[in-house]
Design a binder for this molecule. Structure first.
Ligand code: 9D3
Length: 234
């Protein structure tokens, strides 16, 4: 997979992209990630990328011209356009199903904004999809783009070590994970559940399944299949 990131702050991506799984996936040629700085495509003396909103109001708006010039440069760096995705608070909430869908693409072009927002003609003109990572306010789209990249790249074949598999994980199954334990057997008076020391793999699997269900019911009931309607007659 090839991922292009269009941003005003390419430096923000350097550390997350150069550690652990994302670093290894790039080193092994599983993914190639390239950064493009919108400001490099300005032609005025002040390298201006934002301007005041028509109609008035607070804040500044990302201008369409440098963004389009940057996009058209980036687009030509590979043969396929892939999916063009703007990170915006108005976007579709990002979930594991979307990560799995994106992991099947040959190329992604992610556009991270700043300021109050993008000039609307950017979204229309690029026919871009929009993704939000949740209902809270960030200072820009960069961290959201990194979240999407992190979630997608770990799903690419070979990105995780051999023993690890992205498939048997909790969100892929729609449940929270069971509790994990490692040494020591007793830590500050808290014992490892006896069953995990029993060596009975069928019993352990059943226990873990039940733990997953109980935790999901307690902490994330919204993940479970919908409750049947309550009968309120007499
Ligand atoms: C006052 C209106 N604000 C909209 C909620 C303006 C605004 C705030 C923050 C506009 C852009 C931003 C920057 N956020 C993102 O670019 C962003 C984001 C987010 O804030 N939350 C969740 N997902 C995302 S993806 C991009």
């Amino acid at each position: 997979m090839r991922i292009d990131i269009i941003t005003l702050f390419p430096e923000m991506f350097e550390s997350p992209l150069n550690h652990s799984i994302l670093k290894r996936a790039q080193d092994e040629g599983i993914v190639s990630i390239a950064l493009a700085n919108i400001r490099d495509f300005t032609t005025d003396k002040y390298h201006k990328v934002d301007d005041r909103p028509y109609g008035g109001g607070a804040g500044m708006v990302l201008m369409p011209v440098p963004l389009f010039d940057c996009f058209e440069h980036v687009e030509k760096l590979a043969p396929t356009r892939g999916r063009v995705i703007m990170l915006t608070p108005q976007g579709e909430p990002f979930r594991q199903a979307k990560a799995q869908e994106l992991a099947r693409e040959e190329r992604l072009i992610l556009i991270a904004g700043r300021y109050e927002g993008f000039d609307e003609r950017i979204r229309i003109g690029l026919n871009a999809e929009q993704i939000s990572i949740g209902d809270y306010v960030l200072n820009g789209g960069e961290l959201a783009a990194m979240v999407v990249i992190d979630a997608v790249v770990r799903l690419l074949p070979g990105a995780l070590g051999h023993e690890e598999s992205a498939q048997d994980e909790s969100f892929a199954e729609g449940l929270l994970e069971y509790p994990h334990y490692t040494r020591p057997e007793v830590f500050r008076g808290m014992r490892v559940p006896e069953i995990l020391l029993s060596g009975d793999h069928a019993k352990i699997a059943a226990w873990r399944r039940r733990q997953s269900l109980e935790r999901t019911k307690a902490w994330r009931p919204d993940l479970l299949p919908k409750d049947p309607p309550t009968d309120t007659r007499s």
